[in-house]
Design a protein around this ligand. Structure first.
Ligand code: CP
Ligand code: NVA
Length: 309
């Protein structure tokens, strides 16, 4: 949705390929600038951002707050107990009040509909910092990391192993825009949202596969990707899920089947010894920390784009 020069960042496929690649290029450029120690590029000077968190966070909070500050702005952290959007006060009221103080809003929420409502009533850009449905900023950072390590996203094979969750939905929506091969290997009953799979397939851009066989899936992968088996809001199911997800752990055996070209990626936080072994996270082909670092750079570029800067 477009608002006179302002753009929300809610789903990757709200943008075309050219725009996504342009944002990633910008991320590389501003990353190089910040890495060089340059501190005079201050496009967010005089701007403020409200960050609404209904769920916990380390990377999202620290990377958004630091990135916005480094480019001259001021970010306000609103934790789960602060404004209690939807409980203390209706989302449509929060959206309109915050828009009168701040130039941009970042929100991490449970229900995706709450994010859509927030964006609908806000008069400034809204950035999706994760919902139960998707996590587009993460997958933009992942795409940037792939460009840095593999040289491109286009034509690669990315195999996600685990729960068909919010991370998978954003991968699917990236594959609706950029042509690469995306495979989700998950236990029966834990497949990603059917409509989203169909949407990505209908786009006819990337090759999309959903399977229950991780060993077959990872063969020849450029990236083997893992995430927690129990997401935020599902932690009471963790013990049950550990049973069901047996065989979906990313370990040295699975990485060997994938092949020597395969990088390991994980959005973090990881539960070592559960969805991924300690050895795989610590291996030389694991790029989980560059990936985490790139959250900040991808998001800086997303915010520049959303603010029309
Ligand atoms: N990957 C990610 O979003 O991490 P946080 O939950 O710590 O923000
Ligand atoms: N699927 C995970 C991602 C955390 C960054 C969750 O939603 O908890």
């Amino acid at each position: 949705e477009e608002k006179t020069g302002y753009k929300n960042f809610l789903h990757i496929n709200d943008f075309d390929k050219g725009t996504i690649l342009k944002i990633l290029d910008r991320a590389k450029e501003v990353k190089a600038l910040l890495k060089s120690g340059e501190r005079t590029y201050l496009p967010f000077k005089g701007k403020t951002m409200a960050m609404i968190f209904a769920k916990p966070s380390m990377r999202t909070r620290v990377s958004f707050e630091t990135g916005f500050y480094l480019l001259g702005g001021h970010a306000i952290f609103l934790g789960p107990k602060d404004i209690e959007m939807g409980k203390r006060e209706e989302t449509r009221d929060v959206a309109r009040v915050i828009s009168r103080y701040n130039d941009i809003i970042m929100a991490r929420l449970f229900a995706h509909q709450d994010l859509l409502d927030l964006a609908n009533y806000a008069s400034v850009p809204v950035i999706n910092g994760l919902t139960d449905y998707n996590h587009p900023c993460q997958i933009m950072a992942d795409a940037l990391t792939m460009i840095e390590h593999i040289g491109q996203i286009e034509g690669t094979k990315v195999v996600y192993v685990g729960d068909g969750n919010n991370i998978v939905h954003s991968w699917l929506l990236l594959a609706a825009v950029i042509p690469f091969h995306f495979v989700c290997a998950c236990p029966k009953g834990f497949e990603p949202d059917k409509e989203t799979v169909e949407k990505a397939q209908r786009a006819g851009v990337g090759k999309i596969e959903i399977t229950n066989d991780p060993k077959e899936a990872v063969k020849g992968a450029d990236v083997v990707y893992s995430d927690v088996w129990a997401s935020m809001g599902q932690k009471e199911e963790a013990a049950y899920r550990r049973q069901v997800f047996q065989g979906f752990q990313v370990n040295e055996e699975l990485m060997k089947i994938a092949g020597p070209q395969a990088y390991f990626m994980h959005c973090l936080p990881a539960e070592r010894g559960v969805e991924v072994t300690n050895e795989v996270i610590e291996a030389p082909n694991s790029i989980v920390f560059p990936q985490a670092e790139n959250r900040m750079h991808a998001q800086n570029a997303i915010m520049l784009h959303s603010l029309g800067l």
